[in-house]
Design a protein around this ligand. Structure first.
Ligand code: DSN
Length: 433
């Protein structure tokens, strides 16, 4: 006879202790797992990490202070965490073909702070993509430290193609002579021409930095070209397509290694989160497998299928499609705002986010677009056929419902989503016995 393993098996052997001691928090962990399982997860920056990564995150490495770097710590008792961090560093270098890796950044924003710390001083000029064309808060947006401490100049996309306007990048670089030129962002559906950026940076003597947080998993899976051979420094998060723990990391050329390490610690951070570092090591090894490379290819195929299927239904992809794991869609053709689309999808069991589109006439908290990504649904095993079903459900939710979970069409969509998720579950419950 087969015994069903309970959902909390994903929390490891210590979960029983939590349940006994603090049922209030334990139940929230379970209900969040239920929530992740119950919806079609299309947030482009999220994924479903492996039980092995979760086990490392839930480990006693969380107890250890390890300020410093392997073999040069400010605390005793670091013998085991030294081995863990060395493993993570070596695996990151191998995975990305990099001279040097720093795996201590707590998050993408922390990694980015360190890159600024390494190469710029307050008041220096930086050149980066504007947030409203697909950049990121930490790329000089006015309410972020990066916009407050640096003189941020922004490039965007060309109005006709919606691709990065490289001529504008070059003209702004020549005019402003920035210390750093930054490529990357959170809503860029197309490949970035790293060679062109490198040439522009060389022309003006700037550091070329790629924030690869969104697409580094596709690079790890050898599905798209790598920025590493072109850039001085590449920062990234480990939890998006890469499918590792929540966290950040940096790889760079040997000549910048010391600067980067000193900028992460002691300039920006104190003790590293060693359970997170262990989970990064686990993840980097996972990414070196043929299975992961196959996954990265399927992420691309699914993103493209989803973008195309939404396009067929009148929800236009910005730039006409995608080369990555995400697409950005202009909802003006169906006369719905991003904020309403997000709420309508949410009520229908589809999780995505509103997003500004380039030259958006709406305010960011209303927005004319949505952003959808394929990392999670691909982890669940869905393919292009299912992307067509998902596009249909999104279209119906956006155009036929009103944001109420009681709307009859919202109910129908939740039912159809439920069928899809039964066939392609998140965190399928293992069977034992
Ligand atoms: N918030 C992340 C995203 O959703 O893209 C970027 O930091």
């Amino acid at each position: 006879m087969t015994t069903r393993v309970t959902p909390d098996s994903y929390y490891g052997p210590s979960f029983g202790a939590l349940l006994e001691q603090d049922p209030q928090v334990a139940e929230l962990l379970v209900s969040e797992l239920d929530r992740q399982r119950a919806g079609i997860q299309l947030i482009a920056s999220e994924n479903q990490t492996s039980p092995a990564v979760l086990a490392a995150l839930g480990s006693t490495l969380s107890n250890k202070y390890a300020e410093g770097y392997p073999d040069a710590r400010y605390y005793g008792g670091c013998s085991e965490v030294d081995k863990v961090e060395k493993l993570a560093i070596e695996r990151a270098k191998e995975l990305f073909g990099a001279d040097h890796a720093n795996v201590q950044a707590h998050s993408g924003a922390s990694a980015n702070q360190a890159v600024y710390g390494a190469f710029a001083s307050p008041g220096d000029t930086i050149l980066a993509m504007s947030l409203d064309h697909g950049g990121h808060l930490t790329h000089g947006f006015k309410v972020s430290f990066s916009g407050k401490w640096f003189d941020a100049v922004h490039y965007g996309v060309a109005a006709d193609t919606e691709h990065i306007d490289y001529d504008q990048v070059e003209a702004l670089a020549k005019e402003h002579r920035p210390k750093i030129i930054l490529a990357g962002g959170s809503a860029i559906p197309r490949l970035i021409d790293f060679a062109r950026f490198r040439a522009i940076a060389d022309e003006v003597g700037a550091i070329f930095w790629v924030d690869a947080a969104h697409f580094i998993g596709l690079v790890a899976g050898q599905a798209i070209p790598s920025p590493v051979p072109h850039a001085d420094v590449v920062s990234f998060t480990t939890h998006k397509v890469l499918r590792g723990p929540r966290g950040g990391a940096i790889v760079c050329r040997e000549e910048h290694a010391k600067k980067i390490d000193r900028a992460v610690f002691p300039m920006m951070q104190g003790g590293p989160l060693m359970h997170g570092v262990a989970a990064k090591a686990v993840n980097f090894a996972e990414c070196m497998t043929p299975d992961y490379q196959d996954y990265a290819q399927r992420v691309l195929t699914n993103a493209s299928a989803l973008a195309g299927a939404l396009d067929e239904r009148g929800i236009r992809p910005v730039t006409g499609g995608t080369d990555t794991h995400l697409s950005l869609h202009d909802l003006r053709g169906v006369g719905v705002t991003g904020v309403d689309a997000e709420a309508r999808c949410d009520a229908a069991g589809i999780v995505l986010n509103k997003n500004a589109i380039p030259f958006d006439p709406e305010k960011p908290n209303v927005a004319s677009g949505i952003r959808v990504g394929s990392p999670s649904v691909t982890t669940q095993g869905m393919g292009p056929e299912q992307m067509s079903v998902v596009a249909d459900l999104i279209h119906r939710a956006v155009t036929e419902t009103d944001g109420s979970p009681d709307h009859p069409v919202a109910r129908q969509i939740r039912e159809a989503a439920g069928e899809l998720l039964t066939a392609y579950p998140a965190y399928p419950e293992p069977t034992a016995g």
